[in-house]
Design a protein around this ligand. Structure first.
Ligand code: HEM
Ligand code: HEM
Length: 271
């Protein structure tokens, strides 16, 4: 058990090996730094469009757009990833559930704010484009993004109602906890999938317009980031894997109504 972790938390869910938590945090840093380097290779960030032709008023809004991958990575990889780990392995030494719950909410709020700025950057880069604005919400990626935003906001609203104000009754909170955790993990994975599609979309644009060598860093880096995102998901989800005990219990009850007591006498692998 991690120093400072309460026995109650342990009994609810046996912790993943600490090495897996280190791996998850290492991927967090690697992905964020790799996206930052990619964004720099794509020309870096700007707060306003750069005029490219004063006669036609044509401009380049890619510097405004580049905030989007950076802020969305911060939102989903750093903010939401840490929020999903907040009860099992918080980054800060938080010994009890109320402190971990507060940390969970702070991280989700940070992720939502960062995501809101990230989406605003993408929309502004489209609408400020001259001589012709680029349409909004035309791609698979943007539709997936909208779906994930709806899921995040639903999770946040229900989480707020259940656990902060007005606070549901204890039995209702307990019943809702499993649903909230399941939907939260699904939302997190949906966000990572949306990132993967967005990264591929941007890479296709770069390949079509800037025509770099296929072996150029600006083409290789997104492939590397994609692999790291999947490995990061595996490491984070490992913390939520059902214990052997709870799995065995489910299988037994499902087959013959026998309860956990018999699990020791008749382990699964002998059936
Ligand atoms: C590194 C990660 C990401 C990259 C490289 C990326 C890339 C892009 C690109 C190229 C566009 C413009 C083209 C289009 O509208 O499809 C875009 C727009 C958009 N992205 Fe992302 N994206 C990333 C992460 C995300 C995430 C995590 C979400 C939401 C969960 C998201 C939501 C959106 C939305 C809603 C738009 C539409 C904005 C508009 O139509 O003006 N993106 N993204
Ligand atoms: C005001 C907002 C929120 C509050 C007050 C809140 C509160 C909580 C609480 C009390 C738990 C523990 C539930 C239990 O074990 O019975 C929990 C777990 C969880 N929440 Fe939230 N939550 C909020 C928003 C979110 C959002 C937006 C997401 C994801 C999109 C999310 C994802 C999760 C996940 C994955 C777990 C399981 C964590 C674990 O078992 O280690 N939560 N949340």
């Amino acid at each position: 058990m991690v120093p400072g972790e309460s026995p109650l938390l342990k009994s609810i869910s046996p912790p993943a090996p600490i090495a897996v938590t280190y791996v998850a945090r290492a991927f967090q840093i690697i992905i964020f730094v790799a996206v930052l380097v990619w964004v720099l290779l794509l020309g870096g960030v700007r707060f306003s469009p750069k005029e490219t032709d004063p006669t036609t008023g044509a401009n380049d809004t890619s510097g405004v757009f580049n905030w989007h991958p950076l802020l969305m990575t911060f939102s989903f990889i750093v903010g939401m990833g840490e929020a999903v780990l907040a009860f099992k392995r918080p980054l800060l030494p938080l010994p009890d559930r109320p402190a971990r719950k507060a940390w969970h909410v702070v991280l989700h709020t940070t992720a939502i704010l960062s995501g809101a700025f990230g989406i605003t950057a993408a929309i502004k880069s489209h609408t400020l484009k001259r001589p012709d604005a680029i349409p909004n919400f035309y791609s698979v990626h943007s539709w997936l993004g909208l779906l994930v935003i709806c899921l995040v906001l639903t999770q946040f609203s229900l989480g707020f109602l259940a656990y902060i104000a007005p606070k549901w009754s204890q039995p209702n909170k307990e019943a809702f906890g499993a649903v909230h955790a399941y939907l939260g993990l699904s939302t997190f994975l949906g966000g990572l999938a949306t990132m993967l599609v967005g990264i591929q979309e941007k890479t296709t644009f770069v390949q079509a317009f800037a025509k770099p060598e296929v072996s150029a860093a600006v083409m290789r880096l997104p492939a590397f980031i994609g692999l790291c995102i999947v490995l990061y998901a595996v490491a984070v989800l490992f913390h939520h894997a059902p214990s052997a005990q709870s799995r065995n219990q489910e299988l037994y009850i499902g087959s013959d109504g026998v309860h956990g007591l018999e699990i020791e006498e008749q382990p699964l692998h002998r059936r």
